[in-house]
Design a binder for this molecule. Sequence first.
Ligand code: AMP
Ligand code: MN
Ligand code: MN
Ligand code: MN
Length: 278
Amino acid sequence: MRNFDLHCHSNVSDGVLAPASLAARAKARGVDVWALTDHDEVGGIAEARAAAASLGLPFVPGVEISITWAGQTVHIVGLHVDERNPVLLAGLALTRSGRELRAREMAGQLAAAGIPDAYEGALAYAGNPDLISRTHFARYIIDRGICRDVPSVFRNYLIEGKPGYVPHRWASLQQAVEWIRAAGGTAVIAHPGRYNFDAMAYDALFSEFKDLGGTAIEVITGSHTPDQYEEYARVAQRYGFLASRGSDFHGPGESRVDLGALPPLPSSVKPVWHDWVI
Ligand code: AMP
Ligand code: MN
Ligand code: MN
Ligand code: MN
């Protein structure tokens, strides 16, 4: 089976490596088909596509859109999007526009908690100032010796109930699916096991997503445990979703799962790439 890795991040969002370096790493790690899915931004796709082409690595242009659903942040991946589509570009620009203000408020809270200069500090880690993200704050806080690694920063500072967490309203599920479909893409619920919904809310999310024209969920992702691989394979079957696979790689030494390093999709599911000509 070919090694599809359909989820990762470059320094155009909150990844560490430039798109061309990611392409080289994907190739070196045995990825056969690779997608770049930066958060709320398609600015890395041209570089990624060119680098992949020079390596003979089939490439899928993608994006990972932040939405708010039932009060929580959920991520919707778009695969095979046309990154020049004006509807998608306008939607992503709108989504990015709240990040700076949120980051300034986060920095204010962190200063009150004894961590000064976090806005400038985080910005120094952001390859794209438009995309300042909690991950950049995490890297700054680690660099100051306050926490050991990214998960411990999140546990102590950047999640609900902790100093540094600022509630934020992203796009709606309907908008994200519409933007992806307008750009000719396939909408995929990213790492469904990572959200904090009860069974009824999950059912509502999956049903609403399907009604809106969403067709796939991630089953094998760096964010799932092996038990969740099985659980979401069953969800895919129950709702008639195609299944996707992606490492969600952000950087060497930072991400638990490297590019291409996940197990294959279970044979019980239909891969999201089943009808791709690639
Ligand atoms: P943002 O879009 O600015 O809210 O940042 C979200 C990003 O933070 C995600 O895409 C992950 O890369 C990272 N992240 C979120 N939660 C965690 C966590 N618990 N541990 C490590 N990284 C996380
Ligand atoms: Mn991220
Ligand atoms: Mn995500
Ligand atoms: Mn991701």
